[in-house]
Ligand binder design. Structure first.
Ligand SMILES: [Zn+2]
Length: 157
């Protein structure tokens, strides 16, 4: 077991978006279709939506408090109920099979540029262990490398 836990978007947020079809930023949501396989990572189950299945796109911030680094961005969840990512002590394939951005933050939710950067998914585990050896790193986010979209958060145990 690794000394961290992966934190997907919560079941309550995923379910809220499916039911109310309105995000926290006033965007009216709709069910879209996953046009391609392995292209729409659900931030709740941390798997890819099946091709031709429904997805809900909404604006989301993984930060609990406002601040200059508290970015809001687009994320998907499956439009049908799905299981929250369960293997939380291991990185999900949507991270390990992709080129990803690893962003680290201090306890004040400030981005730590020195310990952040792009990594190949196969190297993400080692990169994460390395940054978690830095005492100032409080937690990390994985994002898509190309577009910078939030994938999941990771905290030390
Ligand atoms: Zn899902």
């Amino acid at each position: 077991m690794n000394a961290y836990k992966v934190i997907p978007i919560s079941t309550s947020i995923a379910q809220h978006m499916r039911v109310h079809m309105l995000d926290d930023y006033g965007n009216e949501l709709s069910i879209r279709t996953a046009a391609y396989p392995n292209a729409y990572p659900c931030r709740h189950c941390l798997g890819y939506a099946k091709q031709h299945s429904g997805i809900v796109l909404f604006a989301y911030t993984p930060f609990k408090t406002p601040g200059p680094y508290s970015e809001v961005g687009p994320v998907f969840v499956c439009s049908d109920e799905c299981q929250s990512y369960a293997d939380i002590n291991h990185l999900p394939p949507v991270v390990t099979h992709n080129h990803v951005g690893l962003r680290t933050y201090n306890q004040h939710h400030e981005l730590l540029y020195l310990h952040s950067g792009l990594v190949q998914g196969k190297d993400a585990q080692n990169a994460l262990e390395k940054v978690f050896r830095e005492p100032e790193v409080a937690y990390a986010h994985f994002r898509t490398a190309q577009y910078g979209c939030f994938l999941c958060a990771v905290e030390r145990l």
